[in-house]
Design a protein around this ligand. Structure first.
Ligand SMILES: [Zn+2]
Length: 257
């Protein structure tokens, strides 16, 4: 049994992946406690929120979790997994009015990296019209190291958010689209800097294409907002505007009190 599996076995009771049938309007008290304990333990972002924001965060996580079908592929079902994956989505969309990623009904969880096709190296996550796919081992690793700018859940949720607003046009957020339009203007200049300087604050994968530039930038934004703002202030400002969150300011407040 891997260390990750041991952590999972220890912390999560085995359970079904079926959707809960409780009222969607409010979070039942037992779920509120369970969600709060889990999220406080695994998602550092939660500790940056005020008490009323924490209430909203838990409520959104409850609604998100109960509006998606979670599928466990080649692994046992654990109740905590859908809660934490939902919390990652809510973290990324917390500044937005529409946090539902409504186009996506299905989320698939694999125990580890998986083969998508024979030509590609193993994936740790991807988004397709069929759903959002995440390796649970890499989900945990993403949150265990909160300073390496790598977080697969945030990365895939960023893809899902742009897909939701541009390709699927399920519940288009026009303000999001207007703000997002500023991002391509940064991609070319940052690519040029990478060519000239042979390095970038973002990892090289960001420069695969504009969609990866977006997803990797959002990872860096949540993992180390101070680092992103110091190193790429223009990019930080655009991501903060798109997501309607000034995370660097929250970190500063929390580290000075
Ligand atoms: Zn990607």
């Amino acid at each position: 049994m891997s260390i990750v599996s041991k952590i999972v076995s220890h912390l999560f009771g085995r359970g079904k992946s079926s959707d809960a049938s409780s009222s969607p309007e409010g979070t039942p008290p037992h779920a509120k406690k369970e969600y709060t304990n889990l999220i406080a333990q695994y998602i550092p972002y939660f500790h940056l929120l005020t008490p009323s924001e924490k209430e909203l965060f838990i409520q959104r996580t409850w609604l998100f979790r109960n509006n998606k079908s979670f599928h466990f592929v080649n692994m046992a079902a654990f109740d905590g997994v859908p809660v934490l994956i939902s919390a990652a989505a809510v973290q990324m969309t917390f500044g937005l009015r529409d946090y539902r990623l409504g186009f996506f009904k299905d989320i698939y969880v694999m125990p580890d990296a998986y083969q998508y096709d024979l030509q590609s190296p193993p994936y740790i996550g991807h988004v397709s019209p069929q759903g959002i796919f995440i390796s649970w081992k890499h989900f945990l690793q993403g949150y265990a190291d909160s300073g390496d700018n790598v977080n697969v859940a945030i990365h895939e949720m960023a893809h899902a958010l742009s897909y939701n607003n541009f390709v699927a046009v399920a519940d288009t957020d026009w303000e999001f689209r207007d703000d997002f339009a500023k991002l391509p203007g940064l991609y070319g200049p940052e690519m040029n800097k990478l060519i000239v300087n042979k390095r970038s604050y973002l990892r090289p994968y960001a420069f695969t294409n504009p969609q990866e530039f977006w997803a990797v930038s959002v990872e860096a934004f949540f993992e180390n907002p101070v680092g992103l703002k110091d190193n790429m202030p223009g990019l930080y400002a655009v991501i903060a505007e798109i997501l309607n969150q000034d995370l660097q300011a929250r970190h500063r407040i929390n580290t000075t009190v």
